[in-house]
Design a protein around this ligand. Structure first.
Ligand code: NAD
Ligand code: MG
Length: 298
């Protein structure tokens, strides 16, 4: 672990291999019960004032990539509302404490984003709690590995798309009337959008659709001065992996999936969101920023 994210080091050695022991939790998995617990940058992320005064809504902000992003945003000076699922209270409380310790307003919203009215409510609660919104991060995601297409239930296919893609669309619809020029919309796709694993058909297809939707939306919203971008992480050690996101065999070999031969930590993905939310990326829209440990993408 580096002293802070700005420290120069050998990226292959910045974090050690996770070498996860085989473990399993029902969905939604609680990050706090994982072994090892993913690194959200609690000890390392150093803010430089890049989001001072901004107001952000982050779905799946209780843990993993969304949790690390929430902490980074707060340390950059943003007020942050996070959306989590019932059952993730402990993880949400941990991130909320980090947000308020950074001296910013934090607000936690429990919602099931696969349910259309909850998307609308999450946005209106965030608007009320923060007094406005200029960053929307659609990051909540569902990933359930199924070996054969013959065993992939229609219900799962639908729920994966509801959670990953429809929620993004619905959050945008609810938030857009309130977003000023200069606002930033960021979605989370995946390496799977380009390189689908054979046992994640529904997940990978939903991630490809997120990329595509964001690129079209970026063009539609450009005249309003609203940017739309995507972060596409590679294999990152998070709660998604321990609740059937990958097979048992893939879990114990999780480090070997990336070119770096180690899994990424959520703390290493969050700076990409900071860049896309900040004014530094003013000339960046319709882009997908791949953060994947050296995996080549088209
Ligand atoms: P995570 O489990 O820590 O976060 C996912 C979050 O999604 C959960 O905390 C949960 O609050 C939320 N969520 C899921 N279903 C929901 C629902 N119905 N309603 C409300 N919230 C719901 O795992 P993560 O890996 O940090 O996932 C964050 C994003 O990163 C996801 O979109 C995931 O697909 C993407 N991603 C992860 C990896 C990886 O290797 N971990 C790689 C590429 C992309
Ligand atoms: Mg979680």
């Amino acid at each position: 672990m580096p002293a802070d994210q700005l420290t120069f080091d050998n990226p292959l050695e910045r974090y050690s291999r996770v070498e996860p022991p085989l473990q399993h939790q029902d969905e939604p998995a609680v990050q706090d019960k994982m072994s090892p617990v993913p690194d959200l940058g609690e000890k390392t992320y150093r803010g430089t004032g890049r989001l001072r005064g901004r107001k952000a809504l982050i779905t799946g902000g209780d843990s993993g990539i969304g949790g690390a992003t929430a902490i980074a945003f707060a340390r950059e000076g943003a007020d942050v509302a996070i959306v989590y699922r019932a059952g993730e209270e402990d993880d949400a409380a941990h991130v909320l404490t980090e947000i308020t310790n950074a001296g910013c307003t934090g607000h936690a919203i429990v919602a099931d984003l696969a349910h259309a009215p909850d998307c609308q409510r999450a946005v209106s609660e965030a608007l009320d709690a923060l007094g406005g919104l200029d960053i929307l991060v659609s990051n909540a995601g569902k990933q359930t590995a199924v070996e054969s297409v013959l065993d992939l239930p229609d219900e799962q296919f639908e729920l994966t798309f509801q959670t990953n893609l429809f929620a993004f669309f619905r959050l945008v619809k609810a938030a857009l009337p309130h977003l000023p020029a200069g606002a930033s919309i960021i979605a989370t796709a995946s390496l799977e959008a380009y390189k689908p694993a054979p046992d994640r058909l529904d997940y990978a297809a939903s991630k490809a659709a997120i990329n595509n939707f964001a690129k079209g939306l970026a063009q539609q919203l450009a005249p309003k001065g609203i940017r739309v971008n995507v972060v596409a992480p590679g294999p990152t050690w998070t709660a998604l992996q321990v609740s059937d996101g990958v097979s048992d065999d893939q879990m114990v070999h999780f480090d070997d999936e990336s070119t770096y031969r180690r899994a990424g930590q959520p703390a290493e993905i969050a700076p990409a969101f900071v860049f896309l939310a900040s004014a530094e990326s003013s000339y960046v829209s319709g882009e997908t920023l791949n953060v994947n440990g050296g995996m080549v993408t088209p």
